[in-house]
Design a protein around this ligand. Structure first.
Ligand code: SF4
Length: 311
């Protein structure tokens, strides 16, 4: 059973975030929704908190069909309740795009070191708003030592500033009416209408999330019943090798689509004077093998990245 203080803290965080969004941005809080279990919990908490919010889903173009189905089903329910739930379609340099098109345009597969797809599909969408995310500390080592509230830092963890719920509550008490009272970074960020992030379930464990889902009868993505522990982009370069292997078995058509994209990418590289025929990238299949193997990650890092189309 989830500790009631965790639920209360999450709901209070959402209410504080909503107030900042209304007072400083004159726009509702945006609750982001990925179709994964954490975002289902976040959404349910937002509904229970009684705040006004809108819901945004960033289309990555490599989500599993099960995820798309779950997002559509959830968004229909939200819209039936009068909540503005919308999808953000990706664009690159002003044109609509998808993962396979982007690989050709970038001239390199996305890797752990060069995650250009994240910046196009996920990080470039809801800017200069107050945004609620389902990020949790327990998800990875990279996500530890943060706080419930943060500034954006242009997506750079080292530049982002983190603030506890208690601190944010305190500094925003009089911030709207008394300009001189608090000279705190998060207040300044709100005054400039730059992005503020709230992670209401930051301190929740995996079992908290599942307990909450079961206790509240929340419908979840069917991928979890197929053995998936995390739901995300198919064949994500950040996934473990075992997760990628499972993706290849569960979604064989994606392997083919990636190989085709790598073939087109090699053609464009050739037109730009890059001869890959003698190296590890002799054809689309070879690029795919290079890309998918964890043991090649070191090679991915030291590969010649010149001529990459930098955004
Ligand atoms: S494939 Fe991975 S790195 Fe790329 S957008 Fe999806 S989550 Fe981010």
């Amino acid at each position: 059973m989830v500790n009631s203080s965790k639920i209360e803290k999450a709901i209070e965080s959402l209410r504080i975030a909503e107030k900042i969004a209304n007072d400083f941005y004159n726009k509702p809080l945006v609750v982001t929704y990925s179709g994964g279990k954490d975002s289902d919990v976040l959404l349910d908490l937002a509904l229970k908190s009684g705040i006004k919010f809108e819901v945004s889903h960033s289309v990555t173009t490599v989500d599993a069909p099960q995820t798309n189905k779950h997002v559509n089903r959830t968004f229909k329910k939200l819209r039936d309740q009068g909540i503005n739930a919308y999808k953000r379609l990706p664009s690159y340099k002003g044109e609509s795009t998808n993962m396979f098109d982007l690989i050709v345009k970038k001239g390199i597969p996305p890797t752990r070191m060069i995650r250009y797809c994240c910046s196009v599909f996920k990080e470039s969408t809801e800017k200069n708003r107050v945004i609620a995310l389902g990020v949790r500390s327990a998800e990875s080592r990279n996500r530890k030592n943060r706080e419930v509230f943060s500034t954006w830092g242009n997506g750079n963890r080292n530049k982002a500033k983190y603030f506890s719920k208690e601190h944010v509550e305190e500094v925003f008490k009089d911030a709207k009416s008394h300009d001189e009272v608090w000279d705190c970074v998060i207040v300044t960020t709100a005054r400039k209408n730059k992005t503020i992030i709230v992670n209401p379930i930051y301190e929740w464990s995996d079992s908290d999330v599942w307990d909450y889902i079961n206790e509240n009868n929340i419908e979840y993505n069917e991928l979890y019943n197929m053995g998936y522990k995390r739901v995300g982009c198919i064949l994500c370069p950040l996934a473990k090798r075992s997760e990628k292997q499972r993706d290849m078995i569960t979604f064989p058509s994606y392997r083919k689509r990636y190989i085709k994209a790598f073939e087109k990418m090699l053609e464009v590289r050739k037109q730009k004077g890059k001869d890959d025929t003698t190296g590890a990238w002799k054809d689309g299949e070879a690029v795919f093998r290079w890309w998918i193997e964890d043991k090649n990650v070191e090679g991915q890092m030291s590969f010649d990245f010149t001529n990459i189309d930098k955004e």
